[in-house]
Design a protein around this ligand. Structure first.
Ligand code: HPA
Length: 275
């Protein structure tokens, strides 16, 4: 067996030896977006550092945890804190927990992130349901010998985000009158925020929002045939006429404020999925 797959299976078995909990839905929470965890009826919580084979998060003050429990009556496994390429992890490491979650039994993957809005209709604090993405990372997590047991060499990416979950989430957002758009997310390495010219460029190639995550995880999940749902909190704006600075503190502050809306959408989406 491919050694990468052996490692994934080993870690999944390690986790299953600690908890026999079988999640149906995987959730990846972006930095500053851990509040959803308060809504979970937690059965088990494992620090990443404690999980054999797991990468360890380097973002300061952000202790990564894998949480098992029920949310809106469904069994979920939640990554509180993800692994970013800009932290220095290779794509193999970024992909690893997603593959482990597949072997824990997840049938869907929901992901959140903070992103910069470039669509002139967007305002700070709005939400964007992702309906497509552009991979601007200089690499792809599937580069290298294909792991045939996981998926095909050349996976279809015509519809990376599940249309039925997009429709459900949009109607949930509208029912609460949360300002929510549907759009294209461009993922790139960071850790710099974009220059003005870069924002203009990324907008011109068809993206509505830009961030430093999600794309690699979705590629790996789609490779394995897992339906994905992604939602961005627009924490800052780029590429508009007036120049605005961006800081990590500001991103976290806006994320915190808009997080409640995102949490409602995810909770109700999980309810709708279960119906
Ligand atoms: N650019 C990239 N990543 C981000 C941004 C941004 O403007 N905002 C939050 N994450």
């Amino acid at each position: 067996m491919d050694t990468r797959l052996t490692e994934v299976k080993k870690t999944a078995a390690y986790i299953q030896a600690i908890t026999s909990f079988q999640p149906d839905i995987g959730i990846v929470l972006g930095s500053g977006l851990g509040g959803l965890v308060n809504e979970i009826n937690i059965e088990h919580s494992l620090d990443y550092a404690q999980i054999e084979g797991f990468p360890v998060s380097t973002v300061e003050g952000h202790q990564g945890r894998l949480i098992f429990g029920t949310l809106s009556g469904s069994k979920v496994v939640v990554m509180q804190g993800r692994f970013h390429f800009y932290e220095g992890y290779g794509m193999d490491k970024v992909a690893f927990p997603i593959r482990v979650m597949k072997f824990l039994g997840i049938k869907r993957l929901l992901l959140s992130n903070a992103s910069g809005g470039m669509n002139p209709k967007f305002k700070v604090g709005d939400l964007m349901i992702i309906d497509d993405h552009i991979n601007l990372f200089p690499t792809n997590p599937l580069i290298g010998k294909n792991i045939d047991e996981l998926g095909p060499r050349f996976p279809d990416m015509s519809c990376p985000y599940d249309p039925s979950m997009i429709t459900m989430a949009k109607s949930i957002a509208d029912s609460h009158q949360f300002p929510t758009h549907i759009g294209v997310y461009a993922g790139l390495t960071g850790p710099c925020f974009e220059t003005r010219a870069e924002y203009r460029y990324i907008r011109s190639i068809g993206a509505d929002a830009v961030g430093m995550s999600t794309v690699p995880e979705v590629i790996v999940a789609r490779h394995m045939g897992i339906p994905c749902f992604g939602i961005s909190i627009i924490t800052d704006l780029g590429g508009m006429d007036d120049v605005q600075t961006v800081s990590h503190e500001e991103v976290l502050k806006v994320a915190k404020e808009s997080e409640k809306k995102m949490t409602v959408i995810i909770k109700e989406l999980i309810q709708s999925i279960a119906l």
